[in-house]
Design a protein around this ligand. Structure first.
Ligand SMILES: NC(=O)C1=CN([C@@H]2O[C@H](COP(=O)(O)OP(=O)(O)OC[C@H]3O[C@@H](n4cnc5c(N)ncnc54)[C@H](OP(=O)(O)O)[C@@H]3O)[C@@H](O)[C@H]2O)C=CC1
Ligand SMILES: O=C(O)C1=N[C@H](C(=O)O)C[C@H](O)C1
Length: 234
């Protein structure tokens, strides 16, 4: 498979190494706006750039019928527009706030726990995410997915908010520390005890492997997808 890496920073470089080891050809390594010339006719584009440029990069690829795997976080208010473009252009789009297998299992666990806890109002729920100091967006995309998993399963909540919260809002606390690749926790705290579920990434390899597996999976597909489709819909 011919892969264009749109965004060749910390993630793009690791994805390139893993894709090459799995027998794929890297035809572009871009830290600039994609064009037909610099994309070099790929089968798929893997987009890990930054929140300011992701929308335009994805739009260009989809308009040229290049399927896109996107891991860039912090631009999601524009996702419905992108999903419409994927359908209109008869191509494929897959967004994952986190591509690691461990976090996708953690998402499923979080949803089941939220469903279990919904009738126990003595427990206050909070989320925390810890990332490296170079991260541009807060809260993390993964924390937003976790919050959505709770909101969809516990009728006490209708929105998430950073830090201070009102009753029906779920609080997300963001911490920035040195070189932390990504740590996410969900806390249920009562007067007498606390339940905590936590995922800790030791490095970025899990994210990168998941993105390459998603790129392999999306070949020949049309429409909009998520990692749930890749990992759990056999
Ligand atoms: N979904 C997931 O599993 C994961 C998602 N992420 C997300 O992926 C994104 C990238 O993370 P990371 O690799 O750590 O960030 P980096 O800052 O290391 O890399 C981003 C790269 O994008 C480049 N860039 C700048 N402008 C453009 C443009 N117009 N088109 C293409 N590339 C451009 C930057 O180049 P330059 O430095 O020259 O500006 C930089 O090399 C973030 O949003 C992060 O949150 C990260 C890890 C996992
Ligand atoms: O910026 C990062 O590094 C990461 N971003 C993603 C996010 O915002 O959730 C995924 C991972 O936690 C690393």
């Amino acid at each position: 498979m011919k892969i264009a890496l749109v965004g060749y920073g910390k993630m793009g470089k690791i994805i390139g190494e893993i894709a090459t080891k799995r027998g794929h050809e890297i035809v572009a390594q871009l830290n600039e706006t994609p064009t037909l010339e610099n994309l070099n006719n790929p089968d798929v584009a893997i987009e890990f750039s930054n929140p300011e440029v992701a929308f335009d990069n994805i739009k260009f690829c989809l308009e040229n019928q290049i399927p896109v795997i996107c891991g860039t976080t912090g631009w999601l208010d524009q996702k419905p527009e992108i999903e419409k473009m994927a359908v209109e252009n008869n191509t494929a789009f897959l967004y994952g706030s986190n591509f690691s297998l461990g976090v996708n299992l953690f998402f499923a666990l979080n949803e089941k726990l939220a469903d279990l806890m919904k009738n126990f109002s003595e427990y206050q729920v909070q989320l925390e995410e810890i990332h490296h100091t170079q991260k541009k967006d807060a809260p993390s995309g993964t924390a937003i997915t976790l919050a959505e998993g709770i909101i969809n399963n516990d009728p006490r909540f209708d929105a998430w908010k950073q830090e201070e919260t009102k009753d029906s809002e779920l609080g997300i606390f963001s911490v920035r520390e040195d070189e932390v690749p990504g740590t996410h926790s969900v806390f249920y705290k009562s007067e007498v005890d606390e339940i905590e579920i936590k995922h800790t990434a030791f490095n970025r390899n899990g994210f990168a492997v998941g993105a390459v597996i998603a790129a392999e999976w999306i070949q020949g597909k049309r429409g909009n997808f998520s990692m749930k489709d890749v990992l759990f819909d056999k």
